[in-house]
Design a protein around this ligand. Structure first.
Ligand SMILES: [Zn+2]
Length: 200
């Protein structure tokens, strides 16, 4: 771990001012700690809360599924104040989720957006099985990327890649991405290993 990060951890200061590459590295390092049972942030103390009294500077935005097994702060081993998280079944980016992501990128200066799909996602599975009566609005956002009968793992990854493309083409986000202040990448979370595979 780099020295400057060690200082942030020791002083319980939220990470800030990271480049997109540094933000991604922080997420990858945090996931490695989670996989190896070496969590730094397992103890969420009142000291940490006090450092956030004046405001927040989350270094990354995570768009993840509402699935109770996929909790970004835990699987990336991050403190309160470090991640701006949008959670919705199927990790879809409808108008409301998009607005939330744009807000964080513009106001807080978060430098990385991670779209996180996961193994055995029920929302994507419902679309592949054409059993969408309980989630019609969410399914409508997955269907451009996923066809009925598609293999589940492939469908989940296709859904993530489609959302990454959507976000990268959003005019407000594109401006930040072109200026190298922001980037967006997809990931696939494996429930048993806890590992997040990055999707190119
Ligand atoms: Zn899911």
């Amino acid at each position: 771990m780099q020295l400057k990060y060690t200082l942030f951890y020791l002083l319980s200061i939220p990470l800030f001012g990271l480049t997109p590459q540094e933000s991604l590295k922080e997420l990858v390092d945090g996931n490695n700690r989670y996989v190896m049972d070496k969590l730094l942030y397992a103890d969420h103390t009142s000291d940490r809360r006090l450092t956030l009294k004046q405001g927040q500077t989350p270094f990354a935005i995570v768009l993840s599924c509402s699935d109770s097994r996929v909790i970004p702060e835990i699987i990336f081993d991050q403190s309160t104040g470090n991640l701006f998280v949008v959670r919705i079944a199927g990790n879809v980016a409808g108008p409301v989720e998009l607005e939330s992501i744009e807000f964080a990128a513009k106001v807080f200066g978060s430098s990385m957006i991670l779209v996180l799909g996961h193994e055995s996602c029920g929302a994507v599975k419902a679309v592949t099985k054409d059993n969408i009566k309980d989630i019609p609005a969410i399914a409508a956002l997955i269907q451009p990327a996923v066809k009925k009968g598609a293999k589940l793992e492939l469908a989940i990854k296709d859904n993530v890649r489609y959302i990454v493309k959507t976000l990268k083409n959003n005019p407000d986000l594109k401006q930040l991405i072109d200026a190298k202040k922001l980037d967006c990448i997809g990931g696939y979370y494996k429930i048993q290993s806890g590992r997040v595979e990055l999707l190119e």
